[in-house]
Design a protein around this ligand. Structure first.
Ligand code: PDD
Length: 295
């Protein structure tokens, strides 16, 4: 993403390399803020209402008022997408964050401090199906994070330390386990397939309620693919026929190697092939501007 790429900061659109915030911003000092990552396919923001609802939920959880209405967010993000649309690569990933603003450093909440509102967008590489079908490698790690993983906070130090361990072990993701139960990835949600049943951990404070996760569950039900939101033990993870990771940026990634053990046949499984076709069709419909109902 060129540094001259246009971003949004506190009411202005300006080149990224000219966008400045105070060093006393609580996002910078404390990680006191919330974020969202929203794909835009062909200029159409994907599942925007669901992302804005999750944003509201996260802001409420940290007792920060949303400084903008959903309509204002939609207008700002749509303008940003149009200003940064690179016509060669029609897809984008929009990042937005809200912090509690700039104030003298004090753990206590500041009074009457305007929130800092920032958004940027960068090209989202087209899905390389050949590469993805080969699957990715993952490792399992103890879920060291705090108790409120359902909040999409910018305070991501635990997540990046977990991701670092995966990178050091030449893996794409760390699949996290808390007291013998799988929660999610460091930067993704998790699915397994066992005897034709798609399973994903039920939503709780132990994992992020992923927008992609919810869409996969919705599309599975709509297309008659058995899908259950239920606890997954570490033992079940290793005996799965298929393991998938899901996120707005990675969509649905098959894991074919976990802690150096081959999963299934060592390539993307049959249910992944079915689900990815359904998911791509959903995206295509949106890209064409069709109202897909659940958009
Ligand atoms: N992360 N779990 C965690 C911990 C995540 O960070 C993410 C996404 C997800 C998937 O959520 P969604 O389907 O709404 O993208 C699950 C984003 C992509 C990021 O931090 O870049």
């Amino acid at each position: 993403m060129p540094s001259s790429s246009i971003c949004y900061l506190n009411g202005d659109y300006l080149p990224l390399d000219q966008a400045k915030v105070s060093v006393l911003d609580r996002g910078f000092i404390f990680g006191d803020g919330i974020y969202e990552v929203i794909p835009a396919y062909g200029g159409h923001l994907f599942r925007l209402q669901q992302h804005l609802q999750r944003l509201d939920n996260s802001l409420k959880a940290i007792k920060l008022t949303n400084p903008l209405s959903h309509t204002q967010w939609q207008d700002i993000l749509q303008i940003l997408v149009e200003k940064t649309q690179d016509h060669d690569n029609a897809d984008q990933s929009v990042y937005l964050q809200i912090t509690r603003g700039a104030a003298p450093r004090d753990h206590a909440f500041p009074e009457n401090t305007p929130a800092t509102i920032f958004a940027m967008s960068h090209p989202l590489p087209a899905t390389d199906m050949e590469k993805i079908q080969a699957g990715v490698t993952a490792i399992t790690l103890d879920d060291i994070r705090w108790r409120y993983c359902h909040i999409k906070t910018i305070a991501l130090l635990p997540n990046i330390l977990l991701k670092r361990q995966a990178v050091e072990r030449h893996a794409s993701e760390a699949i996290l386990v808390r007291k013998g139960q799988v929660t999610e990835g460091a930067v993704s949600n998790l699915f397994i397939v066992r005897d034709g049943m798609i399973k994903t951990p039920a939503k709780s404070e132990q994992l992020l309620p992923g927008i992609t996760r919810d869409l996969i569950v919705e599309l599975a039900h709509k297309n008659g693919l058995p899908c259950e939101e239920t606890a997954i033990s570490e033992t079940e993870l290793f005996s799965a026929d298929e393991i998938w990771l899901s996120s707005s940026t990675k969509e649905i990634l098959p894991v074919t190697c976990l802690d150096e053990k081959t999963i299934g046949a060592g390539t993307a499984g049959p249910l992944w092939h079915k689900m990815i076709k359904i998911y791509q069709a959903y995206k295509q419909a949106l890209r064409a501007g069709a109202e897909t109902g659940a958009a």
